[in-house]
Write a protein that binds this ligand. Sequence first.
Ligand code: ADP
Ligand code: MG
Length: 219
Amino acid sequence: MILEVKNLKVSYNSHIAIENVSFKVKQGEYIALVGENGSGKSTLIKTIMGLKKPDSGEVNFDLDLSEVSYLAQTDLKGIDFPATSKEIIMTGCQKHGKLPFYTKKDKESFQEIVKELGIEELVNKRIGELSGGQKQRALLARSLIRNPKLIILDEPQTGLDIHITRDLYQILERLNREKKVTIIMATHDLDELENIKPRIITISKTIKYDGKFEEWKGM
Ligand code: ADP
Ligand code: MG
C-alpha cells in the first residue's frame, strides 16, 4: 500500500465538500475518480496533496513526497509565460526552495521523457504558442521528469478534444503498464474509461462505489 485516505472530512467555511472518505491505494493501480462537477474530486485531491487542510481524518503516504506528482486542474488556454516548454518541463526537477540547477541525470531524464511523449519538436517553443494538447503534454512531461511512483491528475482532459484526450490516456496507460506508475485520475469522461478499465471510485460528497470497472459499468 502506498497511500491511505482515512475518514476524510473537508469543508469550506461551513459547507461540507466531502465526508467519510476512505480508501487505500496499492503500487501499480490505475484509479479513476469519477463524479459530477462539484462532487468533491478536486477537494479530495488537494487534500491528499496537502494543499487543503481536512477538518478531520488522515492522509498517509508510504512514499517519499518527491515520488508523488500532481497535475492540477488547469485552464490550458490561460497558460502563457515567457518561457519555453523545455524551461517549464525542467522546473519539474526542482525540489522546494532550491535554485534551478540541473544535474546530468535531470537532463537525461528530460531527453527520455520528451522522447516518450513524442514532444521533441515543441520543447524549444514558447509554452504560449502551443495548442491545448501540446501544453497538456508539456505539463505531463513536467510532472513525469522526476520519475514519480504516483501521479495524481485532476481532469487532465479539460478543454482538450476527444482525439487528444485519447492520446493522453494512452500515454498514461502505457506509463502504468510499463513503468508501474500508480495513477489516480479525476475525470467525468466516462466513455474513454472503457479502454483503460481502471478501478473506479465514484464520489458525490462521499464514496458511492469503489471497485472494478466491469461491475460498475453493469450497474
Ligand atoms: P469537483 O472537483 O468534483 O468539481 P470540488 O472539489 O471542486 O468538486 O467542489 C466540491 C464542493 O466544494 C462544491 O460544492 C464546491 O462548490 C465547493 N468548493 C470547491 N472549492 C471551493 C472554494 N474554494 N470555496 C468554497 N467552496 C468550494
Ligand atoms: Mg474539480
